[in-house]
Design a protein around this ligand. Structure first.
Ligand code: ZN
Length: 392
């Protein structure tokens, strides 16, 4: 359908609702938790088959501990700068969740484990590319990279994501938008640390003075660590898990804490990590061991990201869609690509609510409108251009 206007594009995407819902169902009904390689690879198989049916050239990048990274490539109808669409197929839900939280569609609302984060986002990417191709104007080559360990920090896929990003002019991330549908123009950087104190055990009744309590040091550390937070800068430091000691009448020899760190700027991330690493126990008989650190840099509003956002606004206007923007605390793989300087826009995937919660759901028609926006961004002609339908 050459010469398709933006309103025709929107109408054609909305008309495919039943097919879209079926694509989402096919992905949700294969459970794919990050840590279950075997289960995840079943989804990789289904995804590869789906892409191949649509004419994508599919590569699978096998990983040792998690599912294969699935990469699809399509040539564009026009020469142009390449677009990388980033997605992940792993979910936070273990195998068996589907039995308690089955796939369902009730009116406009679809539910099921991982439906919002982000199986409907994968479906949106597939359908958007299909719509842009059907309009005969896919601009430049498109690569779709679907990773398998985003929910656990992307340790096994980060290098591949970064290498692919550097081969493309822009990155569109199909993570869900915020609950109100806002796209994500800023994301905090994320850190994760495990801190272990090792002291000396002793009988709590007979000779407590000979013990050096790892738990007491953990308690002091907890308050000192959390005091590094700075709400005015959006920096948070939270001890989220702690344990220690071995028995009710023994001075604790060991204690362990896990910390969740979030920071809006690279400088803030460095300040907090430096301070934590410089921390020394009060009791010099207690030793501290630290592991971890920053696992995602912040996504900051770079000029490239701002320009891409402005472009998305033009497309949204042409489609008659409202487009809100937000800065959020959760990180995604877009943080990596943005930190490399590749223009990145995040939150272009499904619209719904309850990510990582029992209430996880997708609003189908809003998601389809977002799919049309994604298709429009992938099309060759600018949305303002009046396309001439030729008789030939
Ligand atoms: Zn996600």
């Amino acid at each position: 359908m050459p010469g398709m206007s933006r309103s025709e594009l929107l109408a054609s995407v909305l008309a495919d609702e039943a097919i879209f819902v079926e694509t989402v169902r096919s992905l949700v009904e294969i459970e794919s938790p990050s840590h279950d390689r075997q289960a995840a690879d079943h989804l990789a198989d289904a995804l590869a088959a789906l892409l191949e049916r649509d004419g994508w050239r599919v590569e699978r990048d096998a990983r040792n501990e998690v599912g294969d990274v699935v990469i699809g490539r399509l040539e564009g109808d026009d020469p142009g700068d390449g677009t990388l669409i980033l997605a992940h197929y792993d979910t936070v839900w273990p195998v068996g969740t589907l039995a308690e939280m089955p796939w369902s569609v009730d009116g406009d609302v679809a539910r099921g484990p991982g439906v919002l984060d982000m199986k409907a986002g994968i479906a949106a990417a597939v359908h958007a590319v299909r719509a842009a191709s059907a309009a005969g104007s896919l601009r430049g080559p498109v690569t779709l990279l679907v990773s398998s360990d985003e929910e656990t920090g992307s340790l096994h896929s980060r290098a591949r994501i970064e290498a692919e990003a550097l081969r493309h002019a822009r990155v569109l991330v199909v993570e869900p938008g915020r609950d109100d549908g806002a796209i994500k123009v800023g994301r905090k950087g994320v850190g994760d640390m495990t801190v272990r104190f090792v002291g000396r055990s002793a009988h709590a009744g007979l000779n407590p003075e000979q013990g050096a309590s790892a738990l007491r040091e953990l308690a002091r550390f907890l308050l000192a660590a959390e005091a590094l937070a700075d709400a005015t800068k959006g920096t948070t430091v939270n001890v989220t898990v702690a344990s220690g000691g071995s028995a009710g009448n023994v001075i604790a020899e060991t204690a362990t804490a896990r910390l969740d760190l979030r920071f809006a700027t690279t400088d803030e991330g460095r300040r907090v990590l430096d301070a934590l690493r410089a921390y020394r126990p009060h009791d010099d008989r207690v030793r501290v061991e630290m592991a971890g650190g920053s696992n995602r840099p912040p996504m900051e509003p770079t000029p490239g990201n701002e320009a891409l956002l402005a472009e998305a606004r033009t497309h949204a206007d042409a489609l008659g869609l409202a487009l809100a923007e937000a800065v959020v605390g959760g990180g995604s793989d877009g943080n990596f690509t943005s930190a490399l300087g590749v223009p990145t826009l995040d939150g272009l995937g499904a619209v719904g609510g309850g990510p990582h919660a029992r209430s996880e759901h997708v609003r189908v028609r809003e998601t389809l409108r977002r799919t049309a926006l994604l298709a429009s961004l992938l099309m060759g002609s600018a949305p303002g251009e009046t396309s001439l339908t030729t008789e030939s």
